[in-house]
Design a protein around this ligand. Sequence first.
Ligand code: LR7
Ligand code: MN
Length: 531
Amino acid sequence: RRMKCKLKRIFTLLIVFIWLLVLLSYFQAPKVQKNTILASSTLDETSYISKTKLSESEDPYHRHKFNQQISDELDSDRPIPDTRPPQCLEESYDKRVSSTSIIITFHNEARSALLRTIKSVLDRTPPRLLMEIILVDDFSANEKDGALLKDLPKIVLMRNDKREGLIRSRLKGVSVAKSSILTFLDSHCEVNVGWIEPLLAKVEQDPLAIASPVIDIIKTDTLEYKASSNYLKGGFDWNMHFIWEPLLEKEMKEQKADSTHPISTPVIAGGVFAVQKQWFNQLGQYDSLLEIWGAENFEISFKTWMCGGSLKIIPCSRVGHIFRKSHPYEFPLGNGHTYLMNVRRVAEVWMDRYKRIFYRARGGNMNEPLPRIKERRLIRERLKCRPFDWYLMEVYPELRVPNVDELAYGEIKQIYKGQSYCLSESKTSKVLAVKCIPKDKKMQWVMSVTGMIQNEKDKCLYASKKRKRISLKDCDNSDFNQHWKFMIRERLRHQATNLCIERKSDGSLLLARCENFSPQQKWSFTTKFLF
Ligand code: LR7
Ligand code: MN
């Protein structure tokens, strides 16, 4: 009996021991990876990011123009909200679509942001669709920003031995890409669930299409991931700045009926898109003499449409992008000069006589020679591309094409204590300064070279010498009370009285003595021509 008792005790001990072993091995086991391709990485993320962490007194926006503090604290594989329209979840894509080479160029990117971009791709791209991630380090100050990432799965790392800018860096990536489909990404993105399938499906089924996702917003200050509107497309103003355009009413209806439907866009934002390599090559890739940043999105957009292709925004594909208020890096030849030369190269090849509208808006030296521009024109001939006229009529009919006798047009806007006020015709046919509504018809004005300021209903801004109120009258060029002059420091002067338009706090407008620095007298047009 004693024997039996002893055996029982040994037996219990043994069970406890086994239990302990099981528990121990559970805690020691490596955490299960979400995506099997990540398992082979040897990167120590914490030390990678902490090597470039902010010093105590440093402004978190100083280096990257977004909140680096918060970026560094976020998990590299943080969850983000699925921002696709619900209808997208019912879509299915051909299982046979080809894989893609993803090209990411970067120059002095925040390590945490770059890593999150790559991890989001590895986490949310089916391995069979991901051939490789080509990282092109555009001569970042710290070589290790890129070098330490080279052991992550599927990475192909390249580095420039001098600063090339994003355009030549992307071309360098393209030159080694193994897949037949290229996908470009900025270095501070987070791709969302299901992002790649609809992009690849689109360019596979329509090889002359370029497919862009909806670009969601990762906020500058909080890095919160937010859905952006499903009802926008890309466009430009005559200063050749990229803008987001609301959809036309009939396009809106189409989207509301089927929220998975690709949206035709006159221009792509430029950073995130998929394209067949063969089509990209046929189109002459990018102009390799575009420097640093800018205008390559216009080049690829204009020629894609004009040479027989199309640009689509795919609402079921979502990619977040950190938006910043200014460039976080230097332009060796200056930001303004670089952008001007880039746009000129594109305008001289693709925009025909419409390039003059840009030149009138931009001013500056338009005579600096553009090397090797002839080669770029040959592409247009070889592909027998359509004229820019056609593009404006068929692809971007909502873009207003100004006349040569216009001095300025668009909204007449004043920014006062952070609030924007625009001149607008009121219900009782008066003019008031009210909160701006972009593209609102009542707020659109055209100023002619003779100084008349006219609205869409052919009424002109008027003031009488006696009553100092601003009102509207039928336009009459011989009425001197309808003549205005745009003065330095952006004041609008009434020619008959030499007084300036001033906004009162109730929104009414009066003529007052012109003051050099009165913010209530400062007005700007959306687009203003210099000659
Ligand atoms: O000299 C440089 N070398 C680089 O490698 C300058 C930049 N870069 C890299 C940079 O690290 C980044 O990864 O190039 C990428 C794009 O540069 P950004 O992020 O400064 O550009 P952006 O987001 O301000 O601007 C948009 O327009 C550009 C015009 O040249 C490019 O097309 C960007 O890709 C494009 N970004 C997007 O379309 C994302 C959506 C934003 C919008 C609208
Ligand atoms: Mn960017």
